[in-house]
Ligand binder design. Structure first.
Ligand SMILES: Cc1cc2nc3c(=O)[nH]c(=O)nc-3n(C[C@H](O)[C@H](O)[C@H](O)COP(=O)(O)OP(=O)(O)OC[C@H]3O[C@@H](n4cnc5c(N)ncnc54)[C@H](O)[C@@H]3O)c2cc1C
Length: 552
């Protein structure tokens, strides 16, 4: 029997033993910008959290699951009630949940999943596949749809690994978290190289179901490109793709499963492409004139096939905030200020580069990249600042907890666009965010970085840190998010480069994939999930087409 995991903060992100502190510089910066609220938004004790009463789980589902795998205690229901977007976290901290699964069922094998789905389909019980619960788009919100009850199907019991060291592939259980998968691979001398910021808790199944991208995806590839073959267990049987490097047999069914966000079935395991552990790693930081100059350097590198393993460019606002909050302000901050002074500049854009591979490959790539950054006007800040970024690369969500604790609104959203429209997308979304914050009386910072680049374009990742405004964050954030989605679509960007659709983007996807696209997805859903039990209200949500993103 595997129990659901209970090792993170139930009200938010992270290991409860890792403190969430802002530090003096960050406190000062927030104060200077009028964002410090002085509020105490600590969560209540878990036994004071109000949750909807549970509907008893149908006997057929209980017997398919095995009674020992069914958990109906409040703590488990609360831990599976929300993902990790701002509204999720606000609701948890307020201690009043609108939705909670009626039961959490831990799946431990493919046949068990098939039996549970069959029982849920005949009993009319909605099923929400749950990996790490790190969705930031409402992907794991336990909505019932037209059904009487809903279970959260936790895949924590699926943690197997089989390595084919001749083909350099591995079959990884869907429930393995990022660090668990990397540790199992490292024991055998390999790596997957997938490091999203949610690495600590997000799972292999979740990466596949959301087409995730990691911080090292320029070098190792996005998760979808790491998938060699995949399996999907649906209420109407199993779909699996051949383990082959490539096939020209029809449209790629692998792509139907990758990104299916739990609406068609459950991914029990994924065959991924792996690599030998890198023998050398080097991370460094640069400062360039401004965001546009940084993006141009990245475009040049991408189009010359010279991207390093990691390359990120922060705009001026993010550079300033990063230096105050995330990077060790000591070294990077003082170097940054010294260089600005020397060059008589007001501000600049931080560029982080990372190289992983054999020592010769790292050396070669580093020389190429450094030459191009210098040619683009970049100034070297050294390896200490790069290492500082590397060390703190998964710490951002802990800082967010510290901000939420003070009643500050913190949220992110991301998009991508071709190079010809990239600058316009940046300006349009930034302007929309700023103007909507102002319209709602919110004092805030809007910052952005580029973290995933291609020959034809790149992603943009926005972070908003602001006061909640007079009407409160729960009322105001949906308005800001709506303005951002509208701006993204008006500038030809995608609703999401890697966070996926979930519940939040579902009302907007027709604008991206068109009516035929929606109908094609609906036909697939009808084939694999005719009773509509799989993750209702996510990805495809015809009932809410054209409406606003949900408020809580
Ligand atoms: C702090 C933070 C940082 C983040 N950084 C990144 C980032 O750098 N890159 C990135 O891509 N994303 C990022 N995300 C978003 C999120 O981590 C990813 O979407 C991740 O891939 C979700 O994995 P998970 O295991 O937590 O999935 P969950 O949140 O549990 O589920 C996500 C969706 O996939 C479905 N699902 C999960 N497992 C399965 C399965 N086995 N079979 C079928 N459906 C399934 C769920 O039903 C849901 O719709 C971040 C989130 C947070 C909170």
């Amino acid at each position: 029997m595997t129990e659901p995991r209970r090792d993170s903060r139930w009200w938010g992100w992270g290991d409860p033993d890792v403190p969430t502190e802002l530090g003096e510089a960050a406190e000062r910066m927030l104060g200077e910008r009028g964002i410090s609220t002085g509020a105490d938004a600590s969560p209540p004790e878990i036994d004071r959290v109000e949750i909807p009463e549970a509907v008893p789980v149908d006997e057929r589902v209980l017997s398919a699951a095995g009674a020992e795998n069914v958990f109906t205690g409040n703590e488990d229901r609360i831990r599976h009630a929300n993902g990790q977007n701002y509204l999720d976290l606000l609701e948890l901290r307020e201690g009043r949940l609108q939705h909670a699964p009626d039961a959490v069922i831990v799946a431990d094998s493919g046949p068990r999943i098939a039996a549970i789905l069959e029982a849920c389909a005949s009993a009319g019980v909605a099923v929400v596949p749950f990996g790490g619960g790190s969705s930031v788009v409402g992907g794991v919100t336990p909505l019932k749809g037209d059904h009487e009850s809903v279970i959260s199907l936790d895949l924590a019991g699926l943690r197997g690994i089989e390595v084919d060291d001749r083909s350099l592939t591995a079959k990884l259980g869907a429930g393995l978290r990022g660090p668990e998968a990397e540790a199992l691979l490292a024991e055998r001398g390999f790596t997957l190289g997938h490091y999203p910021q949610s690495f600590e808790y997000a799972t292999i199944g979740g990466f596949a179901a959301t087409r995730s991208a990691g911080q090292s995806s320029s070098g190792y590839g996005r998760f979808d490109s790491l998938v060699s073959s995949i399996r999907l267990i649906t209420p109407e049987g199993e779909l699996s793709t051949l383990s082959t490097p490539h096939t020209s047999i029809g449209p790629a069914l692998r792509e139907v499963v990758v990104g299916s966000e739990g609406i068609l079935g459950v991914i029990p395991d994924v065959d991924v492409r792996i690599r030998p552990l890198p023998a050398a790693r080097r991370y460094e930081a640069w400062i360039v004139e401004d965001f546009e100059a940084g993006c141009e350097i990245v475009r040049g590198l991408a189009q010359a096939d010279r991207l390093p393993t990691i390359i990120r460019v922060s705009d001026d606002s993010e550079t300033e905030v990063n230096l105050a909050m995330a990077l060790p302000s000591g070294t990077a901050g003082s170097l940054f200020r010294r260089y600005l002074k020397l060059r008589g500049r007001e501000g600049g854009a931080l560029v982080i580069t990372g190289y992983e591979g054999s020592p010769a490959a790292v050396h070669r790539s580093r020389s190429d990249v450094a030459r191009e950054i210098r040619r683009g006007g970049g100034v070297y800040l050294g390896q200490a600042a790069g290492k500082g970024w590397e060390k703190g690369r998964f710490h951002g969500p802990y800082l967010r907890e510290a901000l939420l604790e003070r009643g500050v609104l913190v949220e992110t959203l991301e998009t991508a666009q071709q190079w010809s429209g990239h600058r316009n997308l940046y300006e349009t979304v930034r302007a929309a965010l700023k103007s909507e914050l102002a319209a709602n009386g919110m004092e805030g910072i809007v910052m952005c970085h580029l973290s995933h680049a291609y020959r034809d374009g790149a992603s943009l990742y926005f972070t908003v840190i602001s006061t909640q405004g007079p009407d409160g964050g729960a009322a105001n954030w949906p308005k800001v998010k709506r303005a951002a989605c509208a701006a993204i679509q008006s500038a030809g960007g995608t609703l999401s480069h890697h966070h996926a659709t979930g519940r939040d983007h579902a009302p907007w996807i027709e604008g991206e994939i068109g009516t035929s696209g929606i109908e094609a997805l609906a036909a697939l859903k009808e084939r694999f999930d005719p009773s509509g039990i799989m993750n209702p209200g996510k990805l495809l949500d015809a009932s809410r087409a054209g409406s606003d993103p949900p408020s809580r």
